[in-house]
Write a protein that binds this ligand. Structure first.
Ligand SMILES: [Zn+2]
Length: 626
Protein backbone atom coordinates (compact mmCIF):
# COMPACT_ATOMS: atom_id res chain seq x y z
CA UNK A 1 0.00 0.00 0.00
CA UNK A 2 1.57 3.32 -0.98
CA UNK A 3 1.91 6.23 1.40
CA UNK A 4 -0.04 8.26 -1.03
CA UNK A 5 -2.95 5.89 -0.79
CA UNK A 6 -2.81 5.96 3.01
CA UNK A 7 -3.01 9.72 3.03
CA UNK A 8 -5.86 9.61 0.58
CA UNK A 9 -7.89 7.13 2.56
CA UNK A 10 -7.20 9.05 5.78
CA UNK A 11 -8.25 12.23 4.12
CA UNK A 12 -11.29 10.50 2.74
CA UNK A 13 -12.19 9.27 6.22
CA UNK A 14 -11.75 12.75 7.59
CA UNK A 15 -13.90 14.29 4.90
CA UNK A 16 -16.49 11.57 5.22
CA UNK A 17 -16.67 12.11 8.97
CA UNK A 18 -16.83 15.84 8.44
CA UNK A 19 -19.49 15.37 5.82
CA UNK A 20 -21.57 13.08 8.02
CA UNK A 21 -22.01 15.75 10.63
CA UNK A 22 -22.42 18.50 8.07
CA UNK A 23 -25.67 20.24 8.87
CA UNK A 24 -25.98 21.21 5.22
CA UNK A 25 -26.91 17.72 4.07
CA UNK A 26 -29.91 17.39 1.77
CA UNK A 27 -32.64 14.82 2.35
CA UNK A 28 -31.13 12.34 -0.16
CA UNK A 29 -27.58 12.82 1.13
CA UNK A 30 -28.83 12.16 4.63
CA UNK A 31 -30.73 9.05 3.49
CA UNK A 32 -27.74 7.68 1.53
CA UNK A 33 -25.62 7.99 4.67
CA UNK A 34 -27.92 7.11 7.52
CA UNK A 35 -31.16 5.51 6.37
CA UNK A 36 -31.42 1.76 6.87
CA UNK A 37 -34.62 0.19 5.53
CA UNK A 38 -36.15 -2.33 7.93
CA UNK A 39 -36.62 -5.89 6.70
CA UNK A 40 -40.24 -6.11 7.93
CA UNK A 41 -41.59 -3.41 5.59
CA UNK A 42 -39.15 -3.10 2.69
CA UNK A 43 -38.82 -5.08 -0.50
CA UNK A 44 -35.13 -4.12 -0.53
CA UNK A 45 -34.02 -3.88 3.13
CA UNK A 46 -30.65 -2.44 4.13
CA UNK A 47 -28.85 0.79 3.32
CA UNK A 48 -31.05 3.23 1.41
CA UNK A 49 -29.75 4.13 -2.06
CA UNK A 50 -31.09 7.14 -3.96
CA UNK A 51 -29.35 5.91 -7.12
CA UNK A 52 -31.89 3.04 -7.32
CA UNK A 53 -34.53 5.72 -8.00
CA UNK A 54 -32.71 8.63 -9.70
CA UNK A 55 -36.03 10.38 -10.39
CA UNK A 56 -36.38 11.01 -6.64
CA UNK A 57 -33.17 13.01 -6.23
CA UNK A 58 -34.36 16.40 -7.47
CA UNK A 59 -37.60 16.08 -5.54
CA UNK A 60 -35.65 15.18 -2.39
CA UNK A 61 -33.53 18.30 -2.95
CA UNK A 62 -36.59 20.55 -3.26
CA UNK A 63 -37.87 19.06 0.02
CA UNK A 64 -34.56 19.93 1.71
CA UNK A 65 -33.86 23.16 3.63
CA UNK A 66 -31.22 24.04 1.00
CA UNK A 67 -33.93 24.73 -1.58
CA UNK A 68 -35.91 27.95 -1.31
CA UNK A 69 -39.04 26.21 -2.65
CA UNK A 70 -41.72 26.09 0.01
CA UNK A 71 -44.25 23.95 -1.87
CA UNK A 72 -43.75 20.65 -3.70
CA UNK A 73 -46.57 18.69 -5.38
CA UNK A 74 -46.21 15.17 -6.77
CA UNK A 75 -48.68 13.15 -8.86
CA UNK A 76 -47.38 9.60 -8.72
CA UNK A 77 -47.96 6.00 -9.63
CA UNK A 78 -47.37 3.17 -7.17
CA UNK A 79 -44.13 1.27 -6.39
CA UNK A 80 -41.91 4.30 -7.02
CA UNK A 81 -40.50 4.77 -3.51
CA UNK A 82 -42.39 7.94 -2.63
CA UNK A 83 -43.48 6.66 0.79
CA UNK A 84 -39.84 6.25 1.80
CA UNK A 85 -39.03 9.67 0.36
CA UNK A 86 -41.55 11.23 2.78
CA UNK A 87 -40.05 9.21 5.62
CA UNK A 88 -36.52 10.31 4.66
CA UNK A 89 -37.68 13.91 4.79
CA UNK A 90 -39.16 13.49 8.28
CA UNK A 91 -36.10 11.68 9.65
CA UNK A 92 -33.58 14.07 8.05
CA UNK A 93 -35.31 17.10 9.60
CA UNK A 94 -35.69 15.35 12.98
CA UNK A 95 -31.95 14.57 12.96
CA UNK A 96 -30.40 17.72 11.45
CA UNK A 97 -33.05 20.45 11.32
CA UNK A 98 -35.34 19.75 14.28
CA UNK A 99 -38.68 21.52 14.06
CA UNK A 100 -42.40 20.81 14.49
CA UNK A 101 -43.74 18.64 11.65
CA UNK A 102 -47.13 17.26 10.64
CA UNK A 103 -47.90 14.33 8.36
CA UNK A 104 -51.52 13.82 7.31
CA UNK A 105 -52.82 10.56 5.87
CA UNK A 106 -56.37 9.86 4.62
CA UNK A 107 -57.69 7.84 7.57
CA UNK A 108 -56.95 6.95 11.17
CA UNK A 109 -56.25 3.32 10.27
CA UNK A 110 -53.75 4.47 7.62
CA UNK A 111 -52.00 6.54 10.30
CA UNK A 112 -51.79 3.59 12.69
CA UNK A 113 -50.40 1.25 10.03
CA UNK A 114 -47.91 3.90 8.88
CA UNK A 115 -46.70 4.61 12.41
CA UNK A 116 -46.49 1.01 13.62
CA UNK A 117 -45.33 -0.71 10.44
CA UNK A 118 -43.20 1.97 8.75
CA UNK A 119 -41.94 4.75 11.01
CA UNK A 120 -41.10 2.90 14.23
CA UNK A 121 -39.39 -0.10 12.52
CA UNK A 122 -37.39 2.44 10.46
CA UNK A 123 -36.26 4.27 13.58
CA UNK A 124 -35.18 0.99 15.17
CA UNK A 125 -33.29 -0.20 12.08
CA UNK A 126 -31.30 3.04 11.50
CA UNK A 127 -28.54 3.37 14.17
CA UNK A 128 -28.38 7.13 13.61
CA UNK A 129 -32.05 7.49 14.64
CA UNK A 130 -32.07 5.16 17.64
CA UNK A 131 -31.30 7.90 20.13
CA UNK A 132 -33.00 10.71 18.24
CA UNK A 133 -36.57 9.82 19.18
CA UNK A 134 -37.97 9.45 22.67
CA UNK A 135 -39.26 5.97 23.38
CA UNK A 136 -42.94 5.24 23.57
CA UNK A 137 -44.48 4.62 27.01
CA UNK A 138 -42.10 7.02 28.80
CA UNK A 139 -43.06 10.26 30.51
CA UNK A 140 -43.30 12.98 27.82
CA UNK A 141 -42.46 10.18 25.41
CA UNK A 142 -43.69 9.38 21.96
CA UNK A 143 -46.95 7.75 20.98
CA UNK A 144 -48.40 6.28 17.80
CA UNK A 145 -49.52 9.71 16.63
CA UNK A 146 -46.67 11.79 18.03
CA UNK A 147 -42.99 11.00 17.51
CA UNK A 148 -41.06 13.23 19.88
CA UNK A 149 -37.40 14.25 19.46
CA UNK A 150 -35.16 17.00 20.84
CA UNK A 151 -36.34 20.27 19.35
CA UNK A 152 -39.57 19.10 17.83
CA UNK A 153 -41.96 16.29 16.98
CA UNK A 154 -43.72 14.58 14.12
CA UNK A 155 -47.49 14.75 14.63
CA UNK A 156 -49.55 12.27 12.61
CA UNK A 157 -53.12 13.18 11.71
CA UNK A 158 -55.90 11.99 9.44
CA UNK A 159 -57.69 14.05 6.82
CA UNK A 160 -61.28 13.46 7.98
CA UNK A 161 -60.79 14.80 11.51
CA UNK A 162 -61.07 18.50 12.29
CA UNK A 163 -58.71 17.93 15.26
CA UNK A 164 -55.85 17.25 12.81
CA UNK A 165 -56.05 20.83 11.58
CA UNK A 166 -56.54 22.51 14.92
CA UNK A 167 -53.13 21.65 16.35
CA UNK A 168 -50.10 23.92 16.74
CA UNK A 169 -48.10 25.44 13.90
CA UNK A 170 -45.79 23.19 11.89
CA UNK A 171 -42.82 24.07 9.72
CA UNK A 172 -43.06 20.87 7.68
CA UNK A 173 -46.47 19.64 6.52
CA UNK A 174 -46.72 16.43 4.47
CA UNK A 175 -50.12 15.74 2.87
CA UNK A 176 -50.21 12.11 1.73
CA UNK A 177 -52.58 10.52 -0.76
CA UNK A 178 -54.75 13.65 -0.94
CA UNK A 179 -57.11 12.28 -3.60
CA UNK A 180 -58.37 9.90 -0.90
CA UNK A 181 -59.17 12.92 1.35
CA UNK A 182 -62.75 14.20 1.81
CA UNK A 183 -63.84 17.24 -0.22
CA UNK A 184 -64.80 19.11 2.90
CA UNK A 185 -64.71 18.82 6.66
CA UNK A 186 -65.85 21.08 9.45
CA UNK A 187 -63.99 24.34 8.92
CA UNK A 188 -63.37 24.05 5.19
CA UNK A 189 -61.36 22.15 2.62
CA UNK A 190 -58.80 19.97 4.39
CA UNK A 191 -55.93 20.78 2.00
CA UNK A 192 -56.33 24.52 2.66
CA UNK A 193 -56.53 23.87 6.40
CA UNK A 194 -53.33 21.80 6.19
CA UNK A 195 -51.48 24.64 4.43
CA UNK A 196 -52.61 27.04 7.14
CA UNK A 197 -50.71 24.95 9.71
CA UNK A 198 -47.43 26.26 8.26
CA UNK A 199 -48.39 29.94 8.17
CA UNK A 200 -46.26 30.77 11.21
CA UNK A 201 -43.13 29.79 9.23
CA UNK A 202 -43.30 32.11 6.20
CA UNK A 203 -39.54 31.94 5.49
CA UNK A 204 -38.69 28.27 5.85
CA UNK A 205 -41.89 26.22 5.66
CA UNK A 206 -42.15 23.11 3.44
CA UNK A 207 -45.49 21.87 2.20
CA UNK A 208 -45.29 18.53 0.41
CA UNK A 209 -48.49 17.30 -1.26
CA UNK A 210 -48.49 13.92 -2.97
CA UNK A 211 -51.01 11.43 -4.28
CA UNK A 212 -51.93 8.89 -6.87
CA UNK A 213 -54.69 10.75 -8.67
CA UNK A 214 -58.38 9.84 -8.43
CA UNK A 215 -61.38 10.96 -10.45
CA UNK A 216 -60.99 14.21 -12.35
CA UNK A 217 -64.08 15.92 -10.98
CA UNK A 218 -62.88 15.94 -7.38
CA UNK A 219 -59.13 15.41 -7.64
CA UNK A 220 -57.21 17.55 -5.18
CA UNK A 221 -53.71 16.87 -6.42
CA UNK A 222 -54.44 17.76 -10.07
CA UNK A 223 -55.38 21.44 -9.54
CA UNK A 224 -52.30 21.81 -7.29
CA UNK A 225 -50.07 20.24 -9.93
CA UNK A 226 -51.51 22.54 -12.58
CA UNK A 227 -50.31 25.59 -10.65
CA UNK A 228 -46.82 24.08 -10.25
CA UNK A 229 -43.73 23.92 -12.50
CA UNK A 230 -44.95 20.54 -13.94
CA UNK A 231 -41.78 18.51 -14.29
CA UNK A 232 -41.48 15.24 -16.25
CA UNK A 233 -38.45 12.96 -16.00
CA UNK A 234 -36.74 13.23 -19.37
CA UNK A 235 -34.00 10.87 -20.58
CA UNK A 236 -31.74 10.41 -23.61
CA UNK A 237 -32.73 7.64 -26.03
CA UNK A 238 -29.82 5.13 -25.88
CA UNK A 239 -30.00 4.73 -29.68
CA UNK A 240 -30.41 8.23 -31.14
CA UNK A 241 -29.65 10.43 -28.13
CA UNK A 242 -32.84 12.49 -28.40
CA UNK A 243 -35.05 13.24 -25.39
CA UNK A 244 -37.71 10.70 -24.39
CA UNK A 245 -40.30 10.66 -21.59
CA UNK A 246 -42.04 7.41 -20.57
CA UNK A 247 -45.74 7.85 -21.36
CA UNK A 248 -48.40 5.22 -22.01
CA UNK A 249 -48.78 5.81 -25.73
CA UNK A 250 -45.11 5.10 -26.38
CA UNK A 251 -45.28 1.52 -25.14
CA UNK A 252 -45.73 -1.30 -27.64
CA UNK A 253 -47.02 -4.75 -26.80
CA UNK A 254 -48.78 -7.67 -28.45
CA UNK A 255 -51.46 -9.86 -26.92
CA UNK A 256 -53.68 -12.78 -27.81
CA UNK A 257 -57.49 -13.10 -27.97
CA UNK A 258 -57.65 -13.66 -24.21
CA UNK A 259 -55.83 -10.37 -23.52
CA UNK A 260 -52.59 -12.07 -22.46
CA UNK A 261 -49.23 -10.53 -23.38
CA UNK A 262 -47.39 -12.68 -25.90
CA UNK A 263 -44.06 -10.85 -25.91
CA UNK A 264 -42.05 -8.35 -23.85
CA UNK A 265 -43.32 -4.80 -23.61
CA UNK A 266 -40.96 -2.28 -25.24
CA UNK A 267 -40.88 1.51 -25.49
CA UNK A 268 -40.72 3.16 -28.91
CA UNK A 269 -38.67 6.37 -29.06
CA UNK A 270 -40.92 9.15 -30.34
CA UNK A 271 -38.11 10.81 -32.30
CA UNK A 272 -36.82 8.02 -34.50
CA UNK A 273 -38.84 4.93 -33.64
CA UNK A 274 -35.91 3.29 -31.82
CA UNK A 275 -36.92 0.24 -29.76
CA UNK A 276 -36.00 0.62 -26.07
CA UNK A 277 -36.05 -2.55 -23.96
CA UNK A 278 -36.80 -2.38 -20.26
CA UNK A 279 -33.30 -3.38 -19.10
CA UNK A 280 -32.01 -0.21 -20.81
CA UNK A 281 -34.10 2.08 -18.60
CA UNK A 282 -31.77 1.80 -15.59
CA UNK A 283 -28.84 3.33 -17.52
CA UNK A 284 -31.12 5.89 -19.19
CA UNK A 285 -32.48 7.13 -15.88
CA UNK A 286 -29.00 8.00 -14.53
CA UNK A 287 -28.15 11.67 -14.18
CA UNK A 288 -24.72 11.14 -15.75
CA UNK A 289 -26.42 9.86 -18.90
CA UNK A 290 -28.35 13.07 -19.35
CA UNK A 291 -31.55 12.26 -17.44
CA UNK A 292 -33.18 15.19 -15.64
CA UNK A 293 -36.53 16.79 -15.00
CA UNK A 294 -37.78 19.14 -17.70
CA UNK A 295 -40.27 21.61 -16.25
CA UNK A 296 -43.03 23.12 -18.36
CA UNK A 297 -42.97 26.27 -16.18
CA UNK A 298 -39.40 26.32 -14.80
CA UNK A 299 -39.84 29.84 -13.44
CA UNK A 300 -42.58 28.79 -11.00
CA UNK A 301 -41.47 28.58 -7.39
CA UNK A 302 -44.02 25.88 -6.59
CA UNK A 303 -42.31 22.71 -7.86
CA UNK A 304 -44.48 19.95 -9.29
CA UNK A 305 -43.71 16.49 -10.67
CA UNK A 306 -45.70 13.74 -12.36
CA UNK A 307 -44.11 10.28 -12.19
CA UNK A 308 -45.94 7.22 -13.62
CA UNK A 309 -44.99 3.68 -12.55
CA UNK A 310 -43.08 3.01 -15.81
CA UNK A 311 -39.99 4.48 -14.09
CA UNK A 312 -40.19 2.09 -11.14
CA UNK A 313 -37.23 -0.23 -10.50
CA UNK A 314 -39.70 -2.50 -8.63
CA UNK A 315 -42.59 -2.84 -11.10
CA UNK A 316 -41.84 -4.43 -14.46
CA UNK A 317 -43.35 -3.11 -17.71
CA UNK A 318 -44.77 -6.59 -18.45
CA UNK A 319 -46.62 -6.61 -15.11
CA UNK A 320 -47.91 -3.07 -15.60
CA UNK A 321 -49.23 -3.74 -19.10
CA UNK A 322 -50.72 -7.14 -18.25
CA UNK A 323 -52.77 -5.22 -15.65
CA UNK A 324 -53.70 -2.77 -18.41
CA UNK A 325 -54.87 -5.69 -20.59
CA UNK A 326 -56.89 -7.15 -17.68
CA UNK A 327 -58.60 -3.75 -17.40
CA UNK A 328 -59.18 -3.60 -21.17
CA UNK A 329 -60.74 -7.09 -21.01
CA UNK A 330 -63.12 -5.94 -18.26
CA UNK A 331 -64.09 -2.91 -20.37
CA UNK A 332 -64.79 -5.04 -23.44
CA UNK A 333 -66.51 -7.95 -21.71
CA UNK A 334 -68.36 -6.31 -18.84
CA UNK A 335 -68.65 -2.71 -20.01
CA UNK A 336 -67.10 -1.66 -16.71
CA UNK A 337 -64.30 0.80 -16.07
CA UNK A 338 -63.43 -0.17 -12.48
CA UNK A 339 -60.06 -1.74 -13.32
CA UNK A 340 -59.20 0.79 -16.03
CA UNK A 341 -59.87 3.77 -13.79
CA UNK A 342 -57.74 2.15 -11.06
CA UNK A 343 -54.94 1.40 -13.51
CA UNK A 344 -55.00 4.94 -14.92
CA UNK A 345 -54.78 6.38 -11.41
CA UNK A 346 -52.15 4.13 -9.85
CA UNK A 347 -49.93 3.16 -12.82
CA UNK A 348 -50.30 5.89 -15.45
CA UNK A 349 -50.53 8.60 -12.72
CA UNK A 350 -53.42 10.32 -14.46
CA UNK A 351 -56.87 11.33 -13.28
CA UNK A 352 -59.81 9.29 -14.57
CA UNK A 353 -62.46 11.16 -16.46
CA UNK A 354 -65.76 9.50 -17.18
CA UNK A 355 -67.29 10.08 -20.53
CA UNK A 356 -70.88 11.24 -20.30
CA UNK A 357 -72.61 10.64 -23.59
CA UNK A 358 -75.75 12.46 -24.58
CA UNK A 359 -78.64 10.02 -24.86
CA UNK A 360 -81.15 10.19 -27.68
CA UNK A 361 -84.72 9.23 -26.77
CA UNK A 362 -85.62 8.73 -30.46
CA UNK A 363 -82.87 6.12 -30.82
CA UNK A 364 -84.39 4.03 -28.01
CA UNK A 365 -87.77 4.07 -29.75
CA UNK A 366 -86.21 2.11 -32.62
CA UNK A 367 -84.90 -0.60 -30.29
CA UNK A 368 -88.13 -2.43 -29.41
CA UNK A 369 -87.88 -6.22 -29.75
CA UNK A 370 -90.51 -8.95 -30.09
CA UNK A 371 -89.73 -11.31 -27.24
CA UNK A 372 -90.47 -14.99 -27.96
CA UNK A 373 -91.73 -15.40 -24.36
CA UNK A 374 -92.18 -13.24 -21.25
CA UNK A 375 -88.45 -13.70 -20.59
CA UNK A 376 -86.14 -14.20 -23.60
CA UNK A 377 -83.15 -16.54 -23.76
CA UNK A 378 -80.06 -15.03 -22.19
CA UNK A 379 -81.83 -13.79 -19.04
CA UNK A 380 -81.22 -15.99 -15.99
CA UNK A 381 -82.40 -13.94 -13.02
CA UNK A 382 -85.54 -11.83 -12.52
CA UNK A 383 -85.64 -8.86 -10.16
CA UNK A 384 -88.22 -6.16 -9.45
CA UNK A 385 -87.74 -2.55 -8.37
CA UNK A 386 -90.48 -0.58 -6.64
CA UNK A 387 -90.82 3.20 -6.25
CA UNK A 388 -93.16 4.52 -3.55
CA UNK A 389 -95.35 7.57 -4.16
CA UNK A 390 -98.17 8.98 -2.01
CA UNK A 391 -100.87 7.79 -4.43
CA UNK A 392 -99.30 4.75 -6.11
CA UNK A 393 -96.50 2.22 -6.40
CA UNK A 394 -94.49 1.95 -9.60
CA UNK A 395 -92.75 -1.28 -10.41
CA UNK A 396 -90.55 -2.71 -13.13
CA UNK A 397 -89.48 -6.33 -13.62
CA UNK A 398 -86.06 -6.85 -15.20
CA UNK A 399 -84.33 -10.00 -16.47
CA UNK A 400 -80.56 -10.16 -16.03
CA UNK A 401 -78.07 -11.94 -18.26
CA UNK A 402 -74.29 -12.11 -18.33
CA UNK A 403 -72.23 -9.06 -17.41
CA UNK A 404 -74.96 -6.48 -17.12
CA UNK A 405 -76.99 -7.41 -20.22
CA UNK A 406 -80.62 -6.92 -19.25
CA UNK A 407 -84.17 -7.28 -20.55
CA UNK A 408 -87.01 -5.05 -19.41
CA UNK A 409 -89.93 -7.44 -18.85
CA UNK A 410 -92.74 -5.08 -17.89
CA UNK A 411 -93.68 -2.03 -15.86
CA UNK A 412 -96.71 -1.69 -13.57
CA UNK A 413 -98.41 1.34 -12.09
CA UNK A 414 -100.35 0.19 -9.03
CA UNK A 415 -102.80 2.90 -7.95
CA UNK A 416 -103.63 3.49 -4.31
CA UNK A 417 -102.14 5.15 -1.23
CA UNK A 418 -99.45 2.89 0.30
CA UNK A 419 -100.98 3.75 3.71
CA UNK A 420 -103.67 1.18 2.90
CA UNK A 421 -103.29 -2.56 2.23
CA UNK A 422 -105.05 -2.53 -1.15
CA UNK A 423 -102.08 -1.34 -3.20
CA UNK A 424 -99.70 -3.72 -1.42
CA UNK A 425 -102.00 -6.64 -2.34
CA UNK A 426 -101.58 -5.61 -5.98
CA UNK A 427 -97.80 -5.67 -5.48
CA UNK A 428 -98.10 -9.19 -4.01
CA UNK A 429 -99.67 -10.29 -7.29
CA UNK A 430 -96.64 -9.00 -9.20
CA UNK A 431 -94.29 -10.68 -6.73
CA UNK A 432 -96.07 -14.02 -6.90
CA UNK A 433 -96.59 -14.13 -10.67
CA UNK A 434 -94.76 -16.62 -12.82
CA UNK A 435 -93.05 -15.51 -16.02
CA UNK A 436 -92.59 -17.91 -18.95
CA UNK A 437 -88.97 -18.23 -20.09
CA UNK A 438 -88.21 -18.84 -23.75
CA UNK A 439 -86.73 -22.24 -22.80
CA UNK A 440 -90.15 -23.28 -21.58
CA UNK A 441 -89.62 -23.12 -17.82
CA UNK A 442 -91.49 -20.86 -15.40
CA UNK A 443 -89.55 -18.12 -13.61
CA UNK A 444 -90.32 -16.15 -10.47
CA UNK A 445 -88.98 -12.87 -9.19
CA UNK A 446 -85.87 -13.77 -7.22
CA UNK A 447 -85.50 -10.47 -5.40
CA UNK A 448 -87.48 -7.23 -5.08
CA UNK A 449 -86.04 -3.88 -3.95
CA UNK A 450 -88.40 -1.25 -2.56
CA UNK A 451 -87.41 2.37 -1.96
CA UNK A 452 -88.23 3.46 1.58
CA UNK A 453 -87.77 7.21 1.05
CA UNK A 454 -90.81 9.49 0.94
CA UNK A 455 -93.85 9.81 3.17
CA UNK A 456 -94.73 6.10 3.48
CA UNK A 457 -91.56 4.73 5.07
CA UNK A 458 -93.32 2.86 7.92
CA UNK A 459 -95.62 1.09 5.47
CA UNK A 460 -92.67 0.03 3.32
CA UNK A 461 -90.98 -1.36 6.44
CA UNK A 462 -94.15 -3.28 7.30
CA UNK A 463 -94.41 -4.83 3.84
CA UNK A 464 -90.72 -5.77 3.63
CA UNK A 465 -90.59 -7.17 7.16
CA UNK A 466 -93.23 -9.80 6.51
CA UNK A 467 -91.66 -10.82 3.18
CA UNK A 468 -88.00 -11.29 4.12
CA UNK A 469 -88.29 -14.98 3.12
CA UNK A 470 -89.32 -13.90 -0.38
CA UNK A 471 -86.22 -11.67 -0.75
CA UNK A 472 -88.11 -8.39 -0.53
CA UNK A 473 -85.42 -5.85 0.30
CA UNK A 474 -85.90 -2.44 1.93
CA UNK A 475 -83.67 0.17 0.24
CA UNK A 476 -82.45 3.62 1.24
CA UNK A 477 -80.62 5.89 -1.19
CA UNK A 478 -77.25 7.37 -0.22
CA UNK A 479 -76.27 10.38 -2.34
CA UNK A 480 -72.56 10.50 -1.40
CA UNK A 481 -70.61 10.18 -4.65
CA UNK A 482 -68.13 7.63 -3.28
CA UNK A 483 -70.81 5.20 -1.94
CA UNK A 484 -70.75 1.96 -3.96
CA UNK A 485 -73.98 0.59 -5.50
CA UNK A 486 -74.47 -1.51 -2.36
CA UNK A 487 -72.87 -0.35 0.89
CA UNK A 488 -71.24 -3.27 2.70
CA UNK A 489 -72.60 -2.44 6.15
CA UNK A 490 -76.34 -2.82 6.47
CA UNK A 491 -78.33 -0.48 8.76
CA UNK A 492 -81.22 -1.66 10.88
CA UNK A 493 -84.68 -0.12 10.79
CA UNK A 494 -88.01 -0.63 12.49
CA UNK A 495 -86.57 -1.23 15.99
CA UNK A 496 -83.74 -3.33 14.66
CA UNK A 497 -86.02 -5.93 13.10
CA UNK A 498 -85.43 -5.01 9.45
CA UNK A 499 -82.28 -4.77 7.33
CA UNK A 500 -82.03 -1.45 5.53
CA UNK A 501 -79.81 -1.67 2.45
CA UNK A 502 -77.93 1.56 1.65
CA UNK A 503 -77.72 2.22 -2.08
CA UNK A 504 -75.13 4.47 -3.71
CA UNK A 505 -77.47 6.08 -6.24
CA UNK A 506 -74.75 7.99 -8.07
CA UNK A 507 -72.62 4.86 -8.53
CA UNK A 508 -75.67 2.93 -9.77
CA UNK A 509 -76.53 5.71 -12.23
CA UNK A 510 -72.91 5.72 -13.49
CA UNK A 511 -73.26 2.03 -14.37
CA UNK A 512 -76.76 2.47 -15.86
CA UNK A 513 -75.46 5.33 -18.01
CA UNK A 514 -72.75 3.00 -19.30
CA UNK A 515 -75.43 0.43 -20.14
CA UNK A 516 -77.66 3.02 -21.82
CA UNK A 517 -74.79 4.04 -24.10
CA UNK A 518 -74.03 0.43 -25.06
CA UNK A 519 -75.21 0.07 -28.64
CA UNK A 520 -74.23 -3.49 -29.54
CA UNK A 521 -76.08 -6.51 -28.11
CA UNK A 522 -74.00 -8.22 -25.41
CA UNK A 523 -72.57 -7.19 -22.04
CA UNK A 524 -74.34 -4.12 -20.66
CA UNK A 525 -76.92 -3.91 -23.46
CA UNK A 526 -80.49 -3.05 -22.39
CA UNK A 527 -83.31 -4.81 -24.29
CA UNK A 528 -86.85 -3.38 -24.37
CA UNK A 529 -90.02 -5.29 -25.38
CA UNK A 530 -92.51 -4.07 -27.93
CA UNK A 531 -95.10 -3.21 -25.28
CA UNK A 532 -97.21 -0.04 -25.03
CA UNK A 533 -95.67 1.04 -21.71
CA UNK A 534 -92.20 1.28 -23.28
CA UNK A 535 -93.13 4.49 -25.05
CA UNK A 536 -91.50 7.89 -25.48
CA UNK A 537 -92.46 8.88 -21.93
CA UNK A 538 -90.73 5.78 -20.51
CA UNK A 539 -87.47 6.57 -22.32
CA UNK A 540 -87.70 10.27 -21.39
CA UNK A 541 -87.88 9.29 -17.73
CA UNK A 542 -85.10 6.71 -18.11
CA UNK A 543 -82.79 9.40 -19.52
CA UNK A 544 -84.07 12.25 -17.34
CA UNK A 545 -80.83 12.91 -15.43
CA UNK A 546 -77.42 14.31 -16.21
CA UNK A 547 -74.18 14.17 -14.33
CA UNK A 548 -72.49 17.24 -12.90
CA UNK A 549 -68.84 16.76 -13.82
CA UNK A 550 -67.64 18.90 -10.92
CA UNK A 551 -69.55 17.16 -8.13
CA UNK A 552 -69.97 13.72 -9.73
CA UNK A 553 -73.68 13.81 -8.83
CA UNK A 554 -76.63 12.96 -11.04
CA UNK A 555 -79.64 15.26 -11.06
CA UNK A 556 -82.78 15.45 -13.15
CA UNK A 557 -83.34 17.95 -15.96
CA UNK A 558 -86.81 16.60 -16.71
CA UNK A 559 -89.60 16.62 -14.14
CA UNK A 560 -90.16 12.89 -14.00
CA UNK A 561 -87.44 10.28 -13.48
CA UNK A 562 -89.20 7.34 -11.76
CA UNK A 563 -88.28 4.88 -14.50
CA UNK A 564 -84.57 5.58 -13.92
CA UNK A 565 -85.08 5.07 -10.18
CA UNK A 566 -86.77 1.73 -10.89
CA UNK A 567 -83.64 0.64 -12.75
CA UNK A 568 -81.52 1.68 -9.76
CA UNK A 569 -83.68 -0.43 -7.40
CA UNK A 570 -83.51 -3.41 -9.76
CA UNK A 571 -79.75 -3.14 -9.91
CA UNK A 572 -79.62 -2.90 -6.10
CA UNK A 573 -81.81 -6.02 -5.78
CA UNK A 574 -79.43 -7.89 -8.09
CA UNK A 575 -76.42 -6.76 -5.99
CA UNK A 576 -78.08 -7.94 -2.77
CA UNK A 577 -78.84 -11.33 -4.36
CA UNK A 578 -75.20 -11.55 -5.50
CA UNK A 579 -74.02 -10.96 -1.93
CA UNK A 580 -76.52 -13.41 -0.55
CA UNK A 581 -75.92 -16.31 -2.94
CA UNK A 582 -72.40 -15.65 -4.24
CA UNK A 583 -70.49 -14.12 -1.31
CA UNK A 584 -67.17 -14.75 -3.11
CA UNK A 585 -68.28 -12.87 -6.20
CA UNK A 586 -70.81 -13.66 -8.88
CA UNK A 587 -69.52 -15.79 -11.77
CA UNK A 588 -71.92 -15.46 -14.69
CA UNK A 589 -70.56 -18.62 -16.33
CA UNK A 590 -71.63 -20.54 -13.20
CA UNK A 591 -75.03 -18.82 -13.16
CA UNK A 592 -75.57 -19.79 -16.79
CA UNK A 593 -74.53 -23.41 -16.18
CA UNK A 594 -76.86 -23.67 -13.18
CA UNK A 595 -79.72 -22.17 -15.17
CA UNK A 596 -79.16 -24.55 -18.09
CA UNK A 597 -79.05 -27.53 -15.72
CA UNK A 598 -82.37 -26.43 -14.26
CA UNK A 599 -83.91 -26.05 -17.73
CA UNK A 600 -82.68 -29.48 -18.76
CA UNK A 601 -84.05 -31.10 -15.63
CA UNK A 602 -87.47 -29.48 -15.90
CA UNK A 603 -87.83 -29.94 -19.65
CA UNK A 604 -86.76 -33.59 -19.37
CA UNK A 605 -89.39 -34.20 -16.71
CA UNK A 606 -92.01 -32.62 -18.95
CA UNK A 607 -90.71 -34.56 -21.96
CA UNK A 608 -90.93 -37.81 -20.03
CA UNK A 609 -94.58 -37.19 -19.18
CA UNK A 610 -95.32 -36.22 -22.79
CA UNK A 611 -93.53 -39.37 -23.98
CA UNK A 612 -95.58 -41.55 -21.66
CA UNK A 613 -98.80 -39.96 -22.87
CA UNK A 614 -97.67 -40.28 -26.49
CA UNK A 615 -96.74 -43.91 -25.97
CA UNK A 616 -100.22 -44.52 -24.65
CA UNK A 617 -101.70 -42.64 -27.62
CA UNK A 618 -99.62 -44.50 -30.17
CA UNK A 619 -100.77 -47.76 -28.64
CA UNK A 620 -104.38 -46.64 -29.17
CA UNK A 621 -103.41 -45.57 -32.68
CA UNK A 622 -102.02 -49.00 -33.36
CA UNK A 623 -105.20 -50.59 -32.01
CA UNK A 624 -107.27 -48.25 -34.10
CA UNK A 625 -105.44 -49.36 -37.21
CA UNK A 626 -106.74 -52.85 -36.77
ZN1 LIG B 1 -34.33 7.19 -30.37
Amino acid sequence: MSANHLINSELLGYFKKGFESDPLMTVSEWADNFRVLPSESSSEPGQYRTDRMPYLEEIAYELSPQSSTDEVTVIKGTQLGFTELGNNMLFCYADLYPCPMLQILPTESAVRTHSNDKLWPSIKSSPRLKNTFREKKTKDGSSITSLVFKGGSIALGWSNSAATFASMSRRVVICDDVDRWPDEIEGGEPLDLAKNRAEAFPNNKKIYVNSSPGKKHNSKVLPKYETSSQGLYTMKCPHCGEDVVFEKDGFKFNYDENYQLIDDVVFVCSNNGCIIEEHQKYEMMKKENGARYVHKFPERKHKGYRVPSYYSPFAKWNEIFQLFLDARKEQKQKKENTKMSGWTNTKDANVWEEKIEKLDVKEFLTRHEDYAADVPNGAFILTAGVDTQDDRLECEVVGWGKYGESWSIGTFILDGDPKYPNVWQKLDKVLQSTYKHESGIDMKIMGMGIDSAGHRTEYVYGYCKSRIEQNVFCLKGDTAVETPILKSNVSKASNGTLRLYMIGVNSAKDVIHGHLTTKEVGPGYMHFPRKPEYNEDYFKQLTAEKKDKTTGRWSKFRTRNEKLDLRVYNMAALKILENQYYPNGLDWEVVEAEFNARVEEEINTVAQIVEEVEEHNSFSDWRDMY
